[in-house]
Write a protein that binds this ligand. Structure first.
Ligand SMILES: CC(=O)N[C@H]1[C@@H](OP(=O)(O)OP(=O)(O)OC[C@H]2O[C@@H](n3ccc(=O)[nH]c3=O)[C@H](O)[C@@H]2O)O[C@H](CO)[C@@H](O)[C@@H]1O[C@H](C)C(=O)N[C@@H](C)C(=O)N[C@H](CCC(=O)O)C(=O)O
Ligand SMILES: Nc1ncnc2c1ncn2[C@@H]1O[C@H](COP(=O)(O)OP(=O)(O)OP(=O)(O)O)[C@@H](O)[C@H]1O
Ligand SMILES: N[C@H](CCC[C@H](N)C(=O)O)C(=O)O
Ligand SMILES: [Mg+2]
Length: 490
């Protein structure tokens, strides 16, 4: 493909009659004919690798105007990541016909996964991209990050289209949005789940964090797209601000929830295996049995339903799909029933709000005590640690604070910060020991919640060159702890 053609389609000024063979943001991935994106990063300055990229055959470099580019075309832009995304998107074609994105502090992975399930049950070839990796009709492949880099994202999308996938739901994290890591393609609908504290190690404050998320509605979605916005009973005001952003952009606004107008939730009652919901949609009231527990999964399921409707799926198929949703890996997943009879749940709650939501989900099912085991990740937002402790302590009967991916920090330090919010909690650093202690402690009427790692399969220790990932899976460990108790009793 010719560079001039790509530039023209992207609305970027460049005039070079060179053949493009690919795109890269890492000089080590440059081959002859590549367009190299040189960005200032959090760790290093990509502009330092421009000479090496040109040496390897880069034909053009997208970089700030002040960057030095000698020996290749300089496509200068004050926001080079944005220009690079727009240009690369012209190269990685075709893409699936229906693409939707989901943002919010919690619930993105669950919502994209549920959207994928609803599409699939309606007979579409559907995929999702997010924290769980890329899930296609045939397989699931982990990518390591919620939003991979822009080149991986775009090439994944065109790869999916070539495999015949027509519908894709992707997760737009605030990191991804602020780094222009997942855009350039036509986005037909965007979902918004909720907004609460997280990532203030990366964003200056809550407003800055919110602004990053709003790029999805202000800039990333296509003109005339639909905004599916959760409006629950107790929302903090952020969700109403999302409606303002969507309205200003001229999007079709679809609000969903107890206070939703397009899809209104009028009743929710926990049942033995899930919950019974009454929904009003297009003047019709219907009762649906959602086979999942937890108010939070209702929010995600209804937001997913809104996204499926926005892509033209027939309403009766959407509601049938909601009634047949399968659990999402690591989100209120029942790992095992302890020998005492206590169920043990694994959940990915790693913010104060998520812990509150996960505990609230289990509370109606607890006759005795709710025992919560959790920790906080290292090299991430420190300020959320004490509030996580508070959220757990307020709603649990017993809290055990343990380690969760300490990364480059001293784990004892992280636990101390969590314990500031939960002074009565027990402290057991070793995560396996903590999980086993909770399971051993639980009686027949109790429930154990192991929060923070969900689907993760490793404990991340150390950083940089000393980083190691020790195999660790909360679900497996819970099962092993339960088996050990049986073993000791025999
Ligand atoms: C802070 C952050 O988000 N960093 C991400 C970001 O890196 P960066 O642009 O700052 O990169 P950098 O390492 O400073 O390098 C700058 C540039 O030089 C280039 N380079 C670098 C070295 C070299 O030898 N040659 C070279 O060309 C790099 O490719 C890069 O373009 O872009 C990279 C690829 O696009 C990501 O891999 C990297 O994620 C790091 C590993 C990370 O841990 N990110 C986490 C915090 C994250 O993004 N998490 C969110 C989930 C959040 C949530 O939903 O809760 C996510 O979306 O995954
Ligand atoms: N709608 C919701 N409201 C409140 N809490 C939620 C909601 N959905 C999920 N959670 C909580 O957040 C946890 C993570 O959910 P999920 O993985 O779907 O979110 P995410 O936004 O993708 O997270 P991440 O930012 O880490 O990618 C769940 O295990 C649950 O504890
Ligand atoms: N167990 C995890 C959850 C991380 C969630 C991730 N989305 C992020 O914050 O980057 C941790 O804190 O290490
Ligand atoms: Mg996620």
């Amino acid at each position: 493909m010719k560079l001039a053609q790509l530039c023209k389609a992207a609305g970027i000024a460049c005039d070079a009659d060179v053949q493009v063979t690919g795109f890269a943001i890492d000089n080590r991935k440059v081959a002859p004919g590549t367009v190299f994106g040189a960005f200032q990063g959090a760790r290093v300055n990509g502009e330092d690798f421009i000479p090496a990229a040109i040496e390897s055959g880069a034909v053009a470099v997208v970089a700030r105007p002040e960057a030095r580019v000698e020996g290749a075309l300089h496509i200068a832009d004050v926001t080079p990541r944005r220009a690079f995304a727009a240009l690369a998107a012209q190269y990685f074609t075709p893409v699936p016909d229906h693409i939707v994105a989901v943002t919010g502090t919690n619930g993105k992975t669950s919502t994209v996964e549920m959207t994928r399930q609803i599409w699939r049950m309606a007979g579409e070839r559907a995929a999702s991209i997010g924290t769980l990796g890329v899930t296609t009709p045939d397989e699931s492949v982990s990518t390591g990050l919620t939003t991979p880099d822009i080149v991986t994202f775009l090439s994944n999308l065109s790869g999916l289209a070539r495999e015949g996938v027509t519908h894709v739901a992707y997760e737009a994290s605030s990191h991804g949005l602020s780094q222009f890591r997942n855009e350039g393609v036509p986005v037909e609908a965007a979902g918004f789940t909720n907004f609460s504290r997280d990532h203030l190690d990366y964003h200056a404050d809550m407003e800055d964090y919110f602004r990053a998320k709003m790029r999805l509605f202000d800039e990333v979605v296509s003109d005339g797209a639909t905004a599916v916005i959760w409006m629950g009973s107790g929302d903090s005001g952020w969700n109403a601000r999302v409606v303002d952003h969507a309205t200003r952009r001229g999007l079709r606004v679809m609000t969903v929830g107890e206070q939703g107008e397009a899809i209104r939730l009028t009743r929710r009652e926990p049942t033995q295996l899930g919950q019974s919901l009454t929904i009003e949609h297009r003047g019709t009231s219907r009762t649906i049995n959602l086979p999942l527990i937890g108010a939070y999964q209702v929010a995600n399921a209804l937001t997913a339903a809104g996204l499926a409707l926005a892509t033209g799926i027939d309403a009766s198929q959407v509601w049938d799909g909601v009634a047949r949703l399968q659990p999402v890996r690591g989100r209120l997943e029942r790992a095992v029933i302890a020998p005492s009879g206590a169920p043990v749940y694994v959940d990915y709650a790693h913010t104060p709000d998520a812990l509150e939501a996960a505990i609230a989900a289990l509370r109606p099912h607890v006759a005795g005590r709710l025992i919560t085991v959790f920790g906080a990740g290292g090299d991430r937002d420190h300020g959320k640690r004490a509030p996580m402790g508070e959220a757990a302590a307020k709603a649990s009967d017993l809290v055990i604070v343990t380690d969760d991916n300490p990364r480059g920090e001293d784990p004892a330090d992280i636990r101390r910060q969590v314990l500031e919010g939960a002074p009565q909690a027990r402290e057991i650093g070793d995560r396996r020991e903590a999980i086993c202690a909770a399971i051993a402690e639980a009686g027949a009427d109790d429930i154990v919640l192991v929060a923070g790692k969900g689907h993760e399969t490793g404990q991340i220790i150390g950083s940089g060159e000393n980083m190691r990932v020790l195999p660790f899976d909360d679900v497996e460990v819970a099962r092993e702890c339960a088996a050990e108790i049986v073993g000791t009793a025999e």
